[in-house]
Design a protein around this ligand. Structure first.
Ligand SMILES: Cc1cc2nc3c(=O)[nH]c(=O)nc-3n(C[C@H](O)[C@H](O)[C@H](O)COP(=O)(O)O)c2cc1C
Length: 353
């Protein structure tokens, strides 16, 4: 499957009405889902004159799901000619299916053009139960379709790179199970002594979000004025912040919870214990963000509660041992954010002996 994953275009053959074969070039990605490799291909918005569900390939798949696909490399030196033919069962996968989000992430990671296209809102084609035949340099024969050497490695890389901080959201509601799964994923983060020194508050009710936004804005206003910001800047920044909290259908407040950590007689070790808990909270939040992204949604990270933890705790009616550390708005992105570049690997590794 490495050969298939590495090519850019495949030729998908379906059977049309009256048994007439139909072949189209497709962009595709290979994902690992439910313990098997799956080929996914988007029904995208490239100029087409028919609704997506009326595309010949979609109608053909719905009628006769058995399909074939060829991926090949042509060389003038025919000893280097290579192709793989896959056959399998195709399905049309709707956006609410778990496979859909994984497929969209893999397609966007492989083809950056998809980042700007709303392929997440359309169904996609998934080809499962794959069987492969490969031909290389004059040798042909069936080749077993192996799972990836490291199952999930491709998806993980795509998820890590694809996660982004979104700052404006649609008002569309978020299924509860996605939030529960994300918090469960946070729970698998490494933590000092395995004590999991963090908890999560979820705020969904619109009036609760508005009330938290108003309370935090008041506290932030005082701080901005202390900084000497002009009234106009204060107004614009507060409006933006309030809007983000009101528009996102879900807010998650990750809190530090130190009550079950070790206690030391000396301040240095006590402080190290607290820092370890904060490091662990960061790892838990990253798990949460990746899980949300894997489900096809987006999130942001606001540090505001760090500057008024008591206010947020009181507003949410949380117990005194919880220290709000961040605010994570979750939802469907209203627009794609500009991404920041990253340091090259050579700058990240400062020493390797
Ligand atoms: C501890 C922490 C605090 C952050 N606080 C804010 C914030 O208050 N407001 C905001 O818009 N983004 C905040 N961010 C998000 C960063 O701006 C963002 O991660 C960074 O610009 C990289 O962009 P990306 O997340 O899209 O890759 C915070 C991130 C971290 C890790």
């Amino acid at each position: 499957m490495t050969f298939v994953q590495g090519r850019r275009v495949g030729r998908l053959a379906t059977v049309g009405e009256g048994g007439i074969p139909s072949v189209v070039p497709i962009c595709y990605a290979v994902i690992h889902y439910d313990g098997e490799p799956v080929v996914v291909s988007a029904l995208d918005e490239k100029p087409k004159h028919v609704p997506l569900r009326d595309l010949a390939r979609v109608r053909n798949i719905l009628r006769r799901p058995k399909v074939s696909m060829v991926v090949d490399d042509y060389h003038e030196d025919w000893r280097a000619l290579t192709f793989t033919r896959l056959s399998g069962k195709a399905e049309i996968i709707e956006p609410d299916h778990g496979l859909h989000a994984v497929g969209i992430t893999a397609l966007r990671a492989k083809y950056p053009q998809y980042e700007r296209m709303a392929i997440n809102a359309a169904p996609l084609i998934a080809i499962r139960q794959l069987r492969a035949t490969s031909w290389h340099g004059g040798k042909t024969g069936p080749s077993p379709v192996e799972p990836f050497a490291q199952p999930g490695a491709t998806e993980l890389a795509a998820l890590v790179r694809g996660r982004r901080s979104v700052r404006s959201f649609q008002s569309r509601s978020v299924p509860r199970n996605i939030i529960e799964q994300a918090i469960a994923a946070a729970g698998w983060a490494p933590s000092p002594h395995g004590r999991q020194p963090w908890r999560f508050a979820v705020i969904e009710a619109p009036e609760r979000r508005a009330s938290l936004a108003a309370a935090m804005a008041e506290s932030w206003q005082t701080q901005l004025e202390l900084d000497g910001q002009t009234p106009e800047i204060v107004r614009v920044r507060l409006d933006k912040s309030r809007q983000r909290l009101r528009d996102a259908p879900i807010l998650i407040v990750p809190c530090l919870y130190l009550a079950e950590l070790d206690h030391y007689p000396d301040p240095a070790r006590q402080e190290a214990e607290r820092i370890m808990a904060i490091q662990s909270l960061g790892a838990a939040i990253q798990n949460l963000l990746l899980s949300i992204h894997a489900a096809g949604l987006d999130a942001g990270w606001m540090c505001a509660p760090l500057f008024c933890p008591e206010l947020v705790r009181d507003e949410l009616g949380l117990e005194a041992a919880l220290i709000p550390h961040a605010l994570i708005p979750v939802g469907y992105a209203a627009k794609d954010p500009a991404r920041r570049g990253r340091l090259p690997l050579a700058s990240l590794i400062v020493n390797w002996e």
